[in-house]
Design a protein around this ligand. Structure first.
Ligand SMILES: Nc1nc2c(c(=O)[nH]1)N[C@H]1C(S)=C(S)[C@@H](COP(=O)(O)O)O[C@H]1N2
Ligand SMILES: [Mo]
Length: 258
């Protein structure tokens, strides 16, 4: 999904969208897609081929099925998502971003500071060692991307809950918002932020996070799809104002991630 969408020769975007209008409408009705979905964006996220209508349809259906399969935990932040044995952990993890892995700009952990803002009592910036001083947790969970792939990964770090409690966050606020080094804003609801499987991950498979996967800090939550897991976090804000996110602005639903 690194290259911007360009309509294939002889295929008008409007024609392709028209072919799938009923399916798109039914997904919209079920709250799976929100206004503003473009075929271009769908193509970028799914790698489908607009020249083949059945490929577009398959992508739409995959999004629909994926949502049906995961919504039991997506919509119940009190429920634990499945965990897996260490033997299933993928090493190294599978990379994704809105650009290619060669374009990742590594963050200097020694200079890095985590800004903390919004409805919190303690706004001082955090360092890598500050985070390491919080109680650490490890979890082996499945990462699911809307592109239709997934992998099992072992993530470690403090829970977002312990961090929020530590900085005296208003735990009744609506949202926790993230800014990142690559300008990929993201946000989640407070219930999901407080979920026991929502980590501020600093490690993968027993080692420090590698650069492509978000060093020094990324979100890993078992109850959201891949794109709700911002990497290279530089700021965390607690707020009652809807913060949106990178893909959400392009039409993807905010809560579940698809
Ligand atoms: N900062 C940042 N975080 C991001 C993205 C991104 O482009 N930038 N892509 C998201 C998407 S779509 C996915 S699937 C996961 C991929 O995480 P991984 O590379 O650890 O598998 O990161 C998410 N977090
Ligand atoms: Mo993704």
């Amino acid at each position: 999904m690194s290259s911007p969408f360009r309509p294939a020769d002889g295929t008008s975007l409007a024609d392709s969208l028209d072919t799938h209008r009923p399916l798109i409408r039914s997904l919209e009705r079920r709250g799976l897609l929100r206004g503003g979905l473009s075929l271009g964006m769908l193509t970028m996220l799914t790698g489908c081929d607009v020249k083949r209508p059945e490929s577009v349809e398959a992508a739409l259906l995959a999004i629909s099925r994926l949502n049906d399969g995961v919504q039991a935990w997506l919509f119940n932040p009190n429920k634990l998502a499945p965990t897996y044995p260490a033997s299933m952990v993928l090493k190294p993890p599978k990379f994704n971003a809105y650009y290619d892995v060669v374009d990742v700009k590594p963050v200097n952990g020694a200079l890095w500071r985590l800004e903390v803002g919004g409805l919190v009592a303690e706004k001082r910036p955090w360092t890598v060692s500050d985070l390491a001083a919080l109680p650490q947790q490890s979890e082996i969970i499945k990462h699911i991307c809307v592109e239709g792939w997934s992998y099992i990964g072992q993530w470690s770090g403090p829970t977002l809950r312990s961090f929020l409690e530590h900085v005296g966050a208003d735990l009744h606020a609506k949202y926790v918002a993230f800014r990142t080094a690559d300008n990929y804003p993201s946000s989640i609801d407070m219930a999901s932020a407080l979920h026991p499987q929502t980590l501020l991950a600093t490690g993968y498979a027993g080692a420090t996070l590698a650069d492509p996967f978000g060093y020094p800090l990324r979100l890993r939550t078992s109850i959201k799809l891949g794109y709700k897991n911002p990497k290279w976090i530089t700021a965390i804000e607690v707020t009652n104002t809807y913060p949106g996110g990178y893909w959400e602005k392009l039409g993807f639903p905010w809560f579940a991630g698809i």
